[in-house]
Design a protein around this ligand. Structure first.
Ligand code: NAD
Ligand code: UGA
Length: 462
């Protein structure tokens, strides 16, 4: 006879960038609920249980410290945790498939499916299983089939509760979300499960921000949200190229366009390209779905967002090479920032990876500085031919360098001593500001040749 679910124990399978911070905030806000985060990777779990957490995220340490070993527990014992919990979030990775049908586009669901089968194998009571990972629309159907195939007479409800936090602002986003989206099956037990999960979020999220939808809308909304955010970045990046040809200034254009309240000002910052583990993967996933449902024009429309991003990354490198007298061979270039954005050590799909590899192909010598991402950078560039230094000090990185390529928008780059930097560099000295965060006029006055993005350059060379 199946026992009832224990709704006061929540488990999250997958202790990554999403599982860790999300569950830490739930535990912090709901002290009466026991929250377990389980992962098959012992190194990750050890790090979650130590003073040096496995991910860098502003505000995360404090939240974890408050709740850890009070009502927040990290463990590798996934089976025991499955037995204990009533609500199970699954936030395992769902990368782009690299093999077989849909390779390069479709989501690789093997980790998700393995987790679903694992839950079936170890469950001894009814469970609510919650999709926290980003998944193709209609995955819940397959999951429900797998879960219901159990011969123990257990009932499993599947909910979709995608995560919208961004890295670097995860804690802020989780504590004050624009919305929490929960999709459920349109059955009495589905609605009851949805309300159970909603009651957890209701501890700190106002009711009007808890959005209830059907499960398919919820799954699809997550993909669409990322696609539309990425589309805005690609749109403004495409215009930055037009600005460079027409003497228009991308910062001014972005401001002028974004002040229209129908457009809005967020996600209109031109840059060297979007990175991160999700934008590209989720758009490709959506492109694959569109192709699958025989919507080739829709697929091509969204695929263009990625092509524009690739083009922007390539353009940045072309600009470096063409302005440095068409060769960077044997020249040292300081890479300022390797993480895909500021305030994270994450380098997944970081533009810096592609920029570095292309510069190495051109036989440039690289000195890479990043306050948080050097260990990941080393792994990303493992096996690359050429001279690469990884340095903990930006002033060390620029010693004898011909150019600085600023790729990540870390605030600290704005407050460096650029007189000192100029004195340490080869002449002529170049700065390529891939994020438009520096004071270009001031740098020009110090003697630098300055190449911002989407606006005219300031050089002493003509
Ligand atoms: P991640 O790679 O950092 O973490 C996934 C974790 O799952 C890993 O620690 C891995 O060891 C673990 N795992 C894999 N299979 C397992 C299994 N069978 N049992 C137990 N643990 C297992 O990934 P992430 O960045 O946290 O992303 C997870 C999901 O959330 C993805 O679908 C992603 O698209 C989505 N998402 C990510 C973000 C983000 O900011 N990174 C934001 C929103 C949504
Ligand atoms: C993004 C979404 O913002 C989150 O809502 C979502 O939950 C998450 O993906 C996910 O599903 O993984 P994230 O990738 O962490 O979050 O960070 P963003 O702030 O979206 O930045 C993504 C990339 O776009 C970065 O490389 C950033 O530098 C770039 N970007 C962003 C710009 O170039 N210009 C902008 O105006 C905004």
């Amino acid at each position: 006879m199946a026992s009832k679910t224990n709704d006061n124990v929540i488990l999250c399978i997958g202790a990554g960038y999403v599982g860790g911070p999300t569950m830490a905030v739930i535990a912090d806000k709901c002290p009466e609920i026991k929250v377990i985060v389980a992962d098959i990777n012992p190194e990750r779990i050890n790090a979650w249980n130590s003073d040096k957490l496995p991910i860098y995220e502003p505000g995360l340490d404090a939240v974890v410290k408050r709740a850890r070993n009070r009502n927040l527990f990290f463990t590798t014992d996934v089976a025991a945790s499955v037995r204990e919990a009533g609500l199970i979030f699954v936030s395992v990775n769902t990368p782009t498939k690299t093999f077989g049908i849909g390779a390069g586009k479709a989501a690789d669901l093997q980790y998700w499916e393995k987790t679903a089968r694992f839950i079936v194998e170890h469950a001894e009571s009814d469970k609510i299983v919650i999709e926290k990972s980003t998944l193709p629309v209609r995955t819940a159907e397959a999951m429900h089939r797998i879960l219901q195939s159990n011969s123990k007479g257990l009932n499993f409800e599947v909910l979709s509760n995608p995560e919208f936090m961004a890295e670097g602002t995860a804690i802020e986003d989780l504590e004050k979300p624009d919305r929490v989206l929960i999709g459920g099956m349109e059955t009495a037990s589905g609605r009851a499960a949805l309300e159970k999960l909603a009651s957890v979020y209701a501890h700190w999220v106002p009711q009007d921000r808890i959005l209830r939808t059907n499960v398919w809308s919820s799954e699809l909304s997550k993909l669409v949200a990322n696609a539309m955010l990425a589309q805005r970045v690609s749109s403004i990046n495409s215009i930055s190229m037009l600005c460079e040809k027409t003497d228009a200034d991308i910062t001014e254009v972005s401001k002028a366009v974004g002040m229209d309240s129908r457009v809005g000002s967020k996600f209109l910052k031109a840059g060297v390209g979007f990175g991160g583990s999700c934008f590209k993967k989720d758009i490709l996933n959506m492109v694959y779905l569109c192709e699958h449902y025989n919507l080739p024009e829709v697929a091509a429309y969204w695929e263009q967002v990625i092509k524009m991003n690739d083009c922007q990354e390539r353009n940045f490198v072309n600009k470096i090479i063409s302005n440095m007298f068409n060769t960077v061979a044997g020249k040292k270039i300081a890479i300022f920032g390797f993480a895909f954005k500021a305030d994270t050590g994450d380098t997944r799909e970081a533009p810096a990876i592609y920029v570095s590899k292309w510069l190495l192909d051109e036989k440039a010598e690289l000195a890479i500085f990043d306050p948080e991402a050097l260990p990941s950078a080393k792994k990303d560039l493992e096996g690359c031919k050429g001279k690469i230094e990884y340095v903990n000090d930006p002033y060390e990185a620029v010693k004898g360098a011909h150019a600085i390529a600023l790729i990540t928008d870390w605030k600290l780059f704005k407050s460096l001593d650029y007189d000192k930097i100029f004195s340490l560099m080869e002449k002529p000295s170049f700065i390529f500001d891939g994020r438009n965060i520096l004071d270009h006029e001031a740098l020009y006055k110090k003697g630098f040749n300055v190449f911002p993005l989407g606006k005219h350059s300031l050089t002493h060379l003509e």
